[in-house]
Write a protein that binds this ligand. Structure first.
Ligand code: SAM
Length: 256
């Protein structure tokens, strides 16, 4: 059955096509997290705001039973396609504020680069509802390492177009936000650095799926102008590939 498209403040409709060119999460970090929270094979988990399935894929590979929740039908289309070889995943339409999952049904709720898109208060209420007793919460992002020479140059380009460029919440220290939720304990941050080598053309295309950059722009032509400046910079590089270092940053907490 075709699931519905839910309109949200963060609309990924036009970003879906190139989204897969963005970096995956660190396999090493996912294993570390699953070990830390003692999440065993066949445990039911939720990947909320699952998008094109980057985190879902890794949870499936680690043999969790994955409920992938995604509001945007374009993102979900790629997500379902990318994970069709797995029998331990179920995709449905929903949001962080209203997952449609059963109460007390999930061992851990995961958010891959999507917790910054939700209304925190409503999402925490929903997380508490769907988690089992003493269940876990995990949200994560890939942060581009801004000390890298190319990332520094690209930051400069972005800031020349957008002097007040705002990363939004994705670079927050989420420990502060989670600790305010008195219902969670053992709040911690873990980080894993990694780097990818990506074809120049794909590197440029991947910038076309950057939700935070797009939201900073006044309109689509403004966004396109910045992508064009980044394209000019990348095309000028002598190599065919770009090395992009990331920090995969994750926050974990347990329901009291
Ligand atoms: C940056 S993408 C991350 C996708 C995927 N989780 C990943 O790690 O690659 C953010 C996703 O959050 C979804 N989203 C937007 N608003 C949402 C909400 N209120 N609740 C849950 N997901 C939301 C978007 O449709 C998009 O697929």
């Amino acid at each position: 059955m075709k699931q519905k498209n839910i309109k949200t403040n963060w609309d990924y409709t036009t970003l879906a096509k190139h989204y897969d060119l963005r970096a995956d999460y660190s396999k090493k970090l996912i294993k570390k997290i699953l070990k830390k929270i003692k999440c065993k094979e066949n445990y039911p988990v939720a990947d909320i705001g699952a998008g094109t399935g980057k985190l879902t894929k890794l949870l499936c590979e680690n043999k969790m039973i994955v409920n992938s929740i995604e509001p945007n039908s374009y993102m979900r289309f790629y997500g379902e396609k990318n994970t069709k070889k797995f029998s331990n995943v179920n995709w449905s339409s929903g949001t962080g504020e209203n997952t449609t999952l059963k109460s007390n049904s999930v061992y851990c709720t995961f958010f891959g680069s999507s917790f910054n898109t939700v209304n925190y208060k409503k999402a925490f209420t929903e997380i508490r509802r769907i988690l089992i007793k003493k269940g876990y919460f995990c949200c994560m992002w890939n942060h581009r390492n801004l000390n890298n020479v190319h990332q520094r140059a690209i930051e400069k380009i972005i800031k020349s177009h957008l002097p007040n460029y705002n990363y939004g919440d994705r670079r927050f220290d989420y420990r502060t936000i989670i600790k305010k939720e008195k219902s969670f304990k053992n709040v911690e941050k873990i980080t894993q650095s990694f780097s990818i080598k990506i074809d120049k053309k794909d590197f440029i295309k991947a910038w076309n799926s950057h939700g935070t950059l797009k939201r900073n722009c006044q309109n689509n032509s403004h966004f396109k102008q910045i992508i064009k400046s980044i394209t000019n910079y990348v095309n000028f590089l002598k190599t065919d590939f770009v090395e992009v270092p990331y920090d995969n940053v994750a926050y974990l907490a347990q329901l009291r």
